[in-house]
Design a protein around this ligand. Structure first.
Ligand code: PLP
Length: 340
């Protein structure tokens, strides 16, 4: 039996239905605006998130990097984000290289900082010694924060402070739809106040390729220049967009199953001697727990359960559409066996 893959929700394989949708996609030349399936996806995401328009990009990383470039001005601008945020840790130093940005990290609570935290960090204006605070980023849900949902009230406080200080705002919505399903609130209620926002189709939504960045027409026109420059423009991307559209139709409400499975997993793990885990912190599809020797445990389990060790003690497990309830129960049993 292949190992149960709790490594990441990026590990999903396209379902038969998704493969059929991809195979029959109507396509054209995307760079000339002539791919109808891509246009349909972009319009749908713009509407879902509450923006004027949107653009398909190859990855979420490119959404973050291009968006930051749209908001940054060359010459000492600073982006404010949580210490755990993806651009800080997993984009190869992109903010410094692509946008020339100083990165200012905040110590949020499991990835979530408050409007007051932001206000305390914003640089004074008219001071020639300091960088210029320019942009604030929110990551919904927080990945390294264990899938924590930024409550809408906190998001709105952050947006209010940003507006007061003239900061641009960007939403990394890699797992925004998990927050939507967990709270029952519409995606636009989390996204529409930002200058730019995107969702990823290769996480829990289960598509093989694609992320869509939304914003005003002016910003997205400018994003197109960077997409072209960085080599992110496609040709017959309807093949990609069809998988994403299929995911919006078939894979959103089922995220509730992933959340339930994460909860079952967390309850099973929390009962094991040697595991430290507060079940109440599990809000979506990510479970982060602590053990004495995380790399050792992950290595010993590798042929039965794939997990990720974050550091000496912390292990991450992520549920997704290729993980069943029975898989979760088997994973708990295997981990119990290894720790026992
Ligand atoms: C995965 C992820 C990204 C990057 O998305 P890719 O499509 O893998 O490039 C950005 N932010 C967060 C929070 C992520 O989890």
């Amino acid at each position: 039996m292949p190992p149960i893959n709790l490594y990441s929700d990026t590990q999903t394989r396209p379902t038969d239905g998704m493969r059929a949708a991809i195979a029959s996609a109507v396509v054209g030349d995307e760079q000339r605006g002539l791919d109808p399936t891509t246009r349909r996806l972009e319009e749908r995401v713009a509407e879902l998130l509450g923006f004027e328009t949107a653009v398909l990009l190859p990855s979420g990383t490119m959404c973050n990097e291009i968006a930051m470039r749209l908001h940054a001005r060359p010459g000492g601008d600073e982006v404010i984000l949580d210490r755990t945020a993806h651009p800080v840790n997993s984009e190869a130093g992109g903010p410094a290289v692509v946008s020339g940005l100083m990165v200012r990290v905040l110590d949020g609570d499991r990835g979530v900082f408050t409007g007051a935290d932001l206000e305390a960090a914003v640089r004074p204006t008219g001071n020639r010694y300091t960088p210029r605070s320019r942009l604030v980023c929110v990551e919904q849900t927080s990945n390294l924060g264990g899938g924590r949902v930024w409550p809408a009230s906190v998001v709105h406080d952050v947006l209010d402070v940003a507006a007061r200080f003239g900061l641009r705002t960007h939403l990394d919505g890699a797992r925004l739809m998990n927050a939507v399903v967990a709270t029952g609130m519409p995606a636009s209620s989390f996204a529409s106040g930002f200058d730019t926002a995107w969702i990823d189709f290769t996480k829990g939504l289960g598509a093989p390729v694609g992320a869509v960045l939304a914003g005003s027409r002016e910003l997205i026109d400018e994003a197109w220049r960077w997409k072209q420059m960085l080599g992110g423009a496609f040709r017959q991307s309807g093949m990609v967009a069809a998988g994403c559209l299929y995911a919006l139709d078939h894979h959103v409400s089922r995220l509730a199953e992933d959340h339930l499975h994460a909860r079952v997993l967390a309850e099973g793990l929390a009962a094991l001697p040697g595991v430290r885990l507060d079940v109440s912190t599990v809000e979506t599809n990510i479970v982060i727990f602590s053990v004495d020797d995380a790399p050792g445990l992950v290595a010993r389990l590798a042929d039965r359960v794939e997990l990720q060790a974050f550091d000496a003690h912390r292990v991450r497990a992520v549920t997704h559409l290729d993980v069943s309830r029975a898989d979760v129960e088997r994973a708990v049993a295997a981990i119990a066996d290894e720790l026992g």
